[in-house]
Write a protein that binds this ligand. Structure first.
Ligand code: ZN
Length: 217
């Protein structure tokens, strides 16, 4: 008796993932901003019931798909409306950085004295490079950085925040919050204008975040 040929493996390798650790950070940050009940409501609406009261473990396994992250962000907008959802995502993004730097800070080398002594523009450049590299290394997100005289361009050519979404206006607000807070931290307490000017969810080739080199204050 011959066994049936096994089915071809599900094309799981084609899907894109974030590591558990980073999604855990996002959920902890959302919890800080909207409470556990708020996060659970968002997860339920996004059909991610397996994450309700069951945040991913604190490890680097890539187990949360971009589909799941996009659905989470979509639900935030659906529940609170585009304006409310945007405000919460920005605040959650800023809170992400605080949890993130606890986990990743020691390996990034940007808390060193040598870094702190760099002039501001160089700090921003080195900091942005290090952050982009962190996403490129630990996630399936792809980031390219470029520089113009007055600004940096951070581009996600694969972006989990808007994965599977359609939007008339750029909608990767959580990423804007993370960038704002990381610039605040890298500069030793200055605020920078960060604007998403193009978004894959609106039909653009990349989610593009424009960062002014000159601080607001
Ligand atoms: Zn995006």
């Amino acid at each position: 008796m011959s066994l049936p040929a096994s089915a071809p493996p599900v094309a799981n390798s084609a899907r894109l993932y974030y590591p558990n650790k980073m999604v855990r950070i996002i959920l902890l940050a959302m919890e800080e901003v909207m409470g556990r009940n708020g996060v659970n409501a968002v997860l339920n609406l996004a059909k991610l019931r397996h994450l309700v009261n069951n945040f991913p473990p604190n490890n680097f396994d890539r187990q949360i798909s971009f589909e799941e992250l996009g659905a989470m962000m979509q639900s935030l907008d659906e529940m609170y409306g585009p304006r409310g959802g945007r405000g919460l995502a920005l605040r959650a993004g800023r809170a992400c950085f605080k949890y993130g730097i606890r986990e990743f800070g020691p390996v990034l080398g940007i808390a060193d004295l040598a870094f702190r002594l760099l002039p501001l523009t160089m700090k921003l450049k080195v900091g942005a490079d290090v952050f982009a590299e962190t996403f490129n290394k630990f996630t399936d997100q792809t980031v390219t950085l470029s520089e113009e005289p007055d600004r940096f361009l951070w581009q996600n050519t694969r972006c989990p925040m808007c994965w599977g979404r359609q939007s008339d206006t750029p909608c990767c607000h959580l990423a804007v919050g993370i960038l704002q807070e990381s610039l605040y931290w890298v500069s030793g307490g200055k605020n920078f204008e960060v604007q998403e000017t193009a978004c894959i969810a609106s039909g653009d080739e990349a989610c593009t975040f424009v960062i002014d080199k000159k601080p607001l204050d």
